[in-house]
Structures are given as structure tokens and as C-alpha cells.
Write a protein that binds this ligand. Sequence first.
Ligand code: UTP
Length: 476
Amino acid sequence: MNFIGRKHSERRSIHRIYKYHQEHILYYWDELTEDEQKHLLEIAGAINFRKIKKYYKASKTERKPIDFSLLKPSDYITSQEKERREEFYKLGLHALKTGKVAFLTVAGGQASRLGIDLPKGCFGISPIKQKSLFQLFAEKIFFYSNLYAQSLKWFIMTSIDNHNATVDFFIQNNYFNLDKENIFFFKQGFNPTVTSESGDLILKTKSKLFMNPDGHGGILGALTSQGYISKMEHFGIEYVSYFQVDNPLINMADPYFIGCHIAEKSDISTKVIQKNFAEEKLGVAMQECKTKKHRIVEYSDIPQEIMRQTYENGSLYFKMGSTGIHIFSVPFIKKISSKLPIHIADKEIILPNLSNNAEQEKKIPVLKFETFVFDTIPLAKKAIFFETSRNEEFFPLKNKTGVDSIETCVEGQNNLYRSWLKDCGFEDTDKIERCEISPLFAPDRAVFLETAKKKLSSIKEMIYENDNIKKEIYIH
Ligand code: UTP
């Protein structure tokens, strides 16, 4: 192997590869082009080997099970809470109208369950027009920007793997008519995926390593270290409305939720829904009995018998699941920046057959190191949970088929839009097979009902044909 003539940073990188006994990643060195060699050393140079070694060690020693006897279900502001709704609404509306709220989408995930080559946000999911998730969000933000006469800012977190494809998608679509000055794309960090057996780095190609984005919790470090918190402060943004890229139903400018966060002086607020069944794969809202700290416990950390626990009347004990929809106060994000605990996920990967020898590709167990955004909750002075309805705003796209799939996500939208029409007094809405309401016409139910008061006859024209309700309705 010839390392002569490499620059200082590259020599440093080579030194660390050897120091941490990872020289197997240089196995194909002599077959690589100059650019590939450079790239490999650059990536290896960005790895914090000491940290990875520490995580690996922790995977062998510290994965203690949670003591659920010390936890109880968290309190939450129920959807029945009518008394303070007026107050919440006024506060939320004021924050939106005065430009104090920005939107933040986490879109750096690998979408491995959906199994597509595109970033998930580019996936077409609306029932009729097949609008992509990004387009649906963009159109909602476009509407709200006009409604509140504000240049509402949108922050989008990507990963090293999908950043360019995401930005290109926006460019090709002319930023969906939003002002590009108001959209900020930034990359989250990454960690190497390592073998479970020895904690070693793994070659994906002769010059590339298996890497994984550092989890949605990477948002905190990325926002702070890349100067976006200062930007938010500069723009006068006090609250960040956070949502995941996979949920087309998101109501990102919900004045009640934002207002409740403000009224409660919360650092982080989370929308929760009632679980559909005990084993549903949702993080669960829990409270430490002693410290009173709230937290979300990831479903994979909850044993089945705890999930299935019920009260005497048969209702679930731990019943409120997280939607991954949050409001953050900006000073809170600034304060905690990157203090989150690491989560270790056991996964499997197919080891590529790089030497083209007779051996088959084989599956090996690996470890992924990530942080989760909801681990900010116990770090907050004040954290609240706010109940919402699943039908109203939670149909995430996770899988190709089955639960949380393309089909359920499309059906969730169909049902929601049918229900908006029903609320306007239209009958026979159950006869509509496919229904879509453009966010440019109305991005949420409240706006739709308001708009319908003025445009009822034009809506009628769009949905009836010869006095019969159409099977397919697109309102725009
Ligand atoms: P998921 O936990 O559903 O993961 O992410 P995923 O990577 O999108 O999909 P799978 O598990 O590989 O099938 C929930 C949200 O968090 C974002 C995702 O983009 C999604 O919006 N996320 C997740 C990140 O932004 N970065 C990450 O490192 C992980």
C-alpha cells in the first residue's frame, strides 16, 4: 500500500485507521482511483473512532432493561379540554401571524422498510394526483404563508445519502412555488454501522463504508453546530413546529397546539394519540413516578406484558402513543444541543461479495448507533403531551404493505377529506372512492370549513355530476 505524498489530514486519517485496528477497510486500496482513495480517507477522517468504540463497549455491557415499576402513564391535555381552547387558539394564532413559528421536517431517514431509491419525501402519496410528501407540505406552507402574511421558514434535515437528491427534487419542482430563500436544507451527522461481533467498520463497496444517519436526534447537534439556531434567533423565531417526513396529514400550523405550548410555557410539546392496540409500534408517553419527568419509551424497549397491561375496566394502562409531532421552544434546543443518550439498534445487512469469489453474499448482524429526538423530553423543565385524533393527523408511511403502508396512508387521506366534505353538510360522502383536497385550496379542516362558507356552490360543482356524487373528487 502506497501512502506516500498524502496530505496531512489524510495521513492523520490513515494513522487513526491503524490505531483503532480498522486497516481492513484499506484492503482494496491499490485498486482504487485517486478520488476514491481521497473519499475513503475523508470519510474515515470524519469518524470519531473513540466514540464508536465507547458505544460498542456500551452495547455489550450497558443495555439494562427499563424498570417499568418506576413509571406510570403521563398526564396529557385531552382533546375534550374545551375550557382553554379559546386561549390556546389566540396565542397560537398570534405566534403564527407574527412570524414566531418555523417549520422543521426530519427527512434524513433511510426509508429501508419502504424500500425505495428516492428520498421518502419525494414519494407520491396523495390519493389522486400522487403528489409527493414534500409537495403536500410545501403547498400547506405556501397557503399558511399567504394566510398569515409571513415569509414562513422551513428547515429540512437530510442525510449525506439523500441530501443532493432532496435538493434536486425541490429545484426540479421550482421549490413548489415557495421562495427558496425561506427553505433551509441541512445535513445531519452519521455514524458508521459496525459488526455486532467485533465492532469493526464494514466495507459497502471497495471504497465506501456502511454508514447510517445518526437518528432524528441528530437534529439538535446539526441545528446548533451549523448555525441554524442563530439564524432562527435572527429571524425572530421562538417556536419550531417539528414533524416527520412520512406523515401527509400533518397540520404543522395548528394554532391550538402551538398556543397550548405557549400557554403552558413548555420547552417541548408532543402530540399523542390513543394506541389502536396494545402492541402498536408507537413510542409511549410515560412519567417517572419519583422525579415526575416525562419521557417517551420506544416500543422496542417495552416488553409485551407491559404493553398489554390494563386497568380493571380493560382499558390499556399505557395507552398514549407518540405521533412524532412536536413544538420546540428555540432556547430549549439551544440549551440541550447534543446531550442525548445513544440508542443501539440490532440490524442485519447483506455483506457484499467484493472479491467476486465463489462465496455467496451473506447476512451479518450489525449495530446502528442513533439518538432520538424524544429523548429531549426528560431534559426539559416543562414538557407536555397534547392529545390529537389519529384520523385527523396521523397516517405515517412506513411500509410497502400492511400496517402504516402506502394503502393505509392513502386511505387515511381519503377518509379525512371525505369527512371534511361531510362536515360541510354534503351527503353520500361514503360513496366517494377517492378524494383529495389540495392544500392550496385548504390545508386543514378549519380553513376548509371557513372557505366552504364562501365557495359552497363551486365545491358542489366539483363534487356532483347529474345530481350524483362523483366517485373520484379532486378539490382545488
Ligand atoms: P423512522 O424511524 O421511520 O425511520 O423515521 P426511517 O429511516 O425513515 O425508515 P426505516 O426505519 O429505515 O424504514 C422517522 C422520521 O425520522 C426521520 C425520518 O426521515 C422520518 O421522518 N429520520 C430518521 C431522520 O431524519 N434521520 C434519521 O437518522 C432517522
